[in-house]
Design a protein around this ligand. Structure first.
Ligand code: MOS
Length: 705
């Protein structure tokens, strides 16, 4: 990637599709045109568990414009291995809101009206949707997401805890959380004979194509998924959702193109969510704060349909040194929709608990919380023994402390007042793995001096199209204006998902190498481009096998200042600072946006967001943005994200680590730790709602001053 022009990676290049987005030219799934479109509205199950005894479509079919009512009575069986996607396959109901029928009509209005008139009879059975401590049905799963062992153990953690000079034994809970992408899950399905095209909102068109092909018993080559612009996903569009199958099923049933967009309310039922968690953390340390024992034991939920076990304790396997260690996961299969990915599954809730417990240990040891973390830095990955490809969490903590103004902080909790506010500051560390998945790309030079890069990557709003343009431009040694990057279409070379913060590293590796190859070919041809162009292709499958030689993670430090009103329970966050070490930053503008977006979600996790299970009827009580609170501008004051330069040769051709998820990791702990510093009270259940603050008001230091 040597070039005599200035490198474009690292600069703050504007989004290459920015103009299309602000002028409305960028099309999202539901906006694609087709002739004679039929509209589909699903009917959600009204019970949490039981059997459908009857479906009476009579009134629905009587609505003018209604074409058909689909249900298990008449829908063809679907194949594939995801029970959440085999819709209408049986008379069983596994969770409230599950799709039990759907109306297909000439207009959206007719379909919506008729969907209310589909009469579904149920034989309801008793259900259980509540995760609770030591649930009698809890079990240890085989694996946790994506394929980690559920349990890890080194040394004798119980003995070490018994011998430790200082111990912390605390339990934290986090609620269910829902992704709320601005663009709902939506699909337009168009059949042409036995070929299917789906304009769909997803985090990976290759994955969606493979799933659709499996569901309908087709070859992948018979299916095309088109998704050039996606309005957010956060994990909820990483695995295809039932609407894509429903659109295809409906289109085939009526012999017309069919489109479906989930309503915001229905998104809360069928697009996955972050499992609630109950996390016990036990830490043991000597008098100087060096940890001798670390135990992190998690209980969380899954569904009766399929198992999803979040890897919540996994970050505790690599974050700190301690000779005696234990991590465990137990899950309970409840009568709920299957939980799934939400920004930093595992690291996000797990680091909330671990980093809160570290703060408690710092207080117990009388140590500054940054100093405690520095003292427990592991030289190598503690459980795998692998060397770090790079690990700069200490640099993030130190530089963050300087930028935030940590020096001279009075550790005494509950003593700083500013009018009605109690003021405090908190810190937490952050981490996220830096992985890659196999991907293929082509790069083509044309006689007009332009270059086209093709890869079925996804841009879910992150700026990946722009980052790939920069990567290609540097690899080719040309300005980015001469590079066209085509993504978001399964007809392009196969690529991995936008997920696990692996997108840019995975696709960028393929793009960079395809461009390097193309350049070699061009050099070989004396720089002449033949009339029909010249192309190179690269598949990274073999390269990434070498990645296993190092423990590869991004790191960071989160700093928060909070103000707590003990009279109203209100908590404000006037300042958040995140400092990250994430390899080389490809685009300073979109990276900053990713970090800040993640931190905003972390703030919301700490204080606002919460999906409340409906114990009586199943599903969730709050399922719209009126009752599920995401931050508004007024909730987000001064959020700053910075990064330190990191030169890591063990990653990929760009030297980059993923940045989509690390921003959310540690934020909630930093805020919770700051709330303790402000009030002197530990709130160990998220979110820290005003009513929870008021419940503890008599204990709040400020009250008694
Ligand atoms: Mo992200 S939750 O890995 O799509």
């Amino acid at each position: 990637m040597t070039t005599d022009i200035e490198r474009v990676t690292g600069t703050a290049l504007d989004r290459v599709e920015g103009r299309d987005k602000v002028t409305g030219l960028a099309r999202y799934a539901y906006e694609y045109p087709a002739d004679d479109i039929a509209y589909v509205v699903p009917v959600p199950a009204a019970i949490a568990r039981g059997t459908i005894t009857g479906i009476d479509p009579g009134d629905a079919l009587a609505v003018p414009g209604v074409l058909t009512v689909l249900s298990f009575r008449n829908a063809p069986p679907l194949a594939g291995n995801d029970p959440e996607l085999r819709i209408f396959s049986s008379d069983r109901v596994s969770y409230r809101g599950q799709m039990v029928a759907a109306v297909v009509a000439d207009t959206l209005e007719a379909a919506a009206e008729a969907a209310r008139l589909v009469h579904v009879g149920y034989d309801a059975e008793p259900h259980d949707v509540l995760l609770r401590p030591d649930h009698p049905e809890a079990y240890v799963p085989e694996k946790v997401n994506p394929s980690f062992p559920a349990v890890s153990e080194q040394g004798d953690v119980e003995a070490a805890l018994g011998d430790a000079a200082v111990t912390v034994d605390t339990t934290y809970t986090t609620p269910a959380y829902h992704n709320n992408a601005m663009e709902p899950h939506a699909t337009l399905a168009v059949w042409s004979g036995d070929r299917l095209t789906a304009y769909d909102s997803n985090q990976g068109s290759s994955t969606a194509r493979d799933m659709l092909a499996a569901a309908f018993g087709l070859e992948p080559g018979q299916v095309r998924v088109v998704s050039p612009h996606v309005g957010g996903g956060f994990g909820s569009k990483g695995t295809p959702r039932p609407q894509i199958v429903l659109a295809a099923l409906a289109a085939r049933a009526v012999g017309r193109p069919a489109k479906v967009a989930l309503t915001r309310q229905h998104m809360f039922a069928v697009t996955g969510y972050r499992t609630p968690s109950i996390q016990r953390v036990r830490l043991g340390a000597d008098a100087s704060g060096r940890m001798t024992a670390l135990a992190h034991e998690v209980e969380e939920q899954t569904s009766t349909l399929k198992e999803f076990a979040e890897q919540t304790a996994v970050p505790s396997r690599m974050m700190y040194a301690a000779p005696n260690r234990l991590t465990t996961h137990r899950v309970v299969a409840l009568d709920v929709a299957t939980p799934s990915w939400m920004r930093a599954p595992g690291e996000c809730p797990g680091m909330y608990a671990l980093e809160s417990a570290m703060d408690e240990l710092a207080v117990a040891c009388g140590l500054d919380p940054i100093e405690l973390r520095v003292r427990n830095e592991p030289e190598e990955d503690p459980e795998s023994g692998l060397p770090w490809s790079s690990r700069n969490v200490v640099a993030c903590l130190r530089e963050g402390a300087a930028w935030f103004g940590w020096a001279g902080r009075d550790p005494a909790p509950g003593v700083r007042r500013d009018g009605r506010w109690l003021v405090g500051t908190g810190v937490a560390a952050s981490t996220y793995p830096a992985r890659r998945r196999p991907s293929e790309a082509t790069a083509r030079a044309t006689a007009d001096g332009r270059f086209t890069v093709r890869i079925a990557a996804a841009d879910i709003g992150t700026g990946s199209r722009t980052a790939l343009t920069q990567i290609a431009a540097d690899a080719l040694g040309v300005p980015p204006e001469r590079v066209d990057v085509r993504i978001g279409d399964s007809a392009l070379p196969t690529a991995s998902l936008a997920g696990g913060s692996m997108g840019t590293a995975s696709w960028g590796s393929a793009v960079a190498m395809a461009c390097v190859r193309l350049r070699e070919r061009l050099d070989g041809a004396g720089g002449e481009v033949p009339e029909d162009g010249i192309e190179a292709r690269y598949d990274t499958a073999d390269d990434i096998k070498a990645d296993a030689a190092y423990a590869r993670h991004a790191f960071g430090a989160q700093f928060a200042e909070v103000r707590v009103d003990p009279g109203t329970g209100e908590i404000r966050v006037p300042r958040l600072l995140g400092v990250f070490a994430a390899g080389r930053i490809i685009n300073a503008k979109t990276a900053r946006s990713q970090f800040i977006g993640g931190m905003t979600m972390g703030l919301a996790m700490a204080l606002l967001e919460e999906s409340v299970p409906d114990a009586e009827f199943g599903g969730f009580l709050n399922h719209d943005l009126a009752q599920y609170h995401v931050p508004a501008n007024a909730d987000v004051a001064n959020i700053d994200a910075r990064w330190i330069e990191e030169d890591d040769p063990h990653l990929n051709p760009m030297g980059s680590k993923g940045i989509g998820e690390i921003g959310i990791v540690g934020t909630a702990a930093a805020i919770g730790n700051a709330v303790h510093h402000a009030t002197g009270v530990r709130f160990r259940d998220l979110p820290i709602r005003p009513d929870r603050v008021l419940d503890r008001a008599p204990q709040i230091g400020g009250r008694n001053l």
